[in-house]
Design a protein around this ligand. Structure first.
Ligand SMILES: [Zn+2]
Length: 218
């Protein structure tokens, strides 16, 4: 089985895919990891990817798809056997989804399930704007989930310079979420037309989200 986990920043996608993938015998496939591994291993595709990085250019979709296909062959041959792949953060666009479908078709596979893990925008904005960073030692805090022991003081170095990063202001977060929706909607429509999408509510305790995900992926 191959599945895709979709979700905006702050919804807990990374945490959840780390929990559910091993329980289902799925290999997590993130394209960032694939690219880094190929570059480290010095494969032909890795060398090509390195050239794009060196030029500061975006790695083209067909190169990424090539890496995905290599990975799926590896998964098919794994010992102990794996039951498939859980794609995390890929595909992001409809053209990528179409290219992935073509590539999977060529090796007799397909996307069986797409899980849309989401939460109301105000919940995500509250989560994402709660991050603080120590201006002195760069330790990261979260006012909701990992606050400093003494308000306004860094646990590690004692600095009182705890600040919000420019990326985490409400304005920046709202814009990032808007871009996510703009890009993801056509992708969801594409998979909805195939009847493979399941919705999971990310605005509940972690273990409840995990249970809902396991059900959606079963
Ligand atoms: Zn500090």
């Amino acid at each position: 089985m191959n599945a895709i986990l979709l979700g905006p920043q702050g919804v807990g996608k990374g945490t959840q895919s780390e929990i559910v993938a091993p329980q289902l015998g799925l290999a997590r496939v993130g394209t960032g990891d694939l690219l880094r591994a190929a570059i480290r291993a010095g494969t032909e595709l890795g060398r090509q990817a390195q050239e794009y990085y060196d030029r500061g250019a975006l790695v083209p979709d067909d190169l990424v798809i090539g890496l995905v296909v290599e990975k799926l062959r590896e998964i098919a041959a794994a010992t102990p056997p794996l039951s498939g792949a859980l794609f995390d953060g890929f595909p992001r666009t409809r053209p990528q989804a179409e290219a992935l479908d073509r590539a999977l078709g060529e090796i007799g596979q397909r996307i069986d399930r797409v899980v849309d893990l989401d939460a109301p925008r105000p919940v995500l904005v509250a989560r994402l704007t709660a991050r603080l960073i120590c201006g002195n030692c760069q330790t990261i805090y979260n006012l909701r989930t990992k606050p400093p022991r003494q308000p306004g003081v860094c646990d590690v170095c004692g600095s009182t310079d705890l600040r919000q990063r420019a990326d985490d202001t409400e304005e920046a977060v709202v814009e990032r979420l808007r871009l996510y929706d703009e890009q993801t909607q056509p992708l969801l429509d594409y998979y909805r037309a195939r009847g493979v999408v399941r919705e999971v509510d990310g605005d509940q305790p972690i273990d409840r989200v995990t249970a809902a995900l396991l059900k959606a992926l079963a």
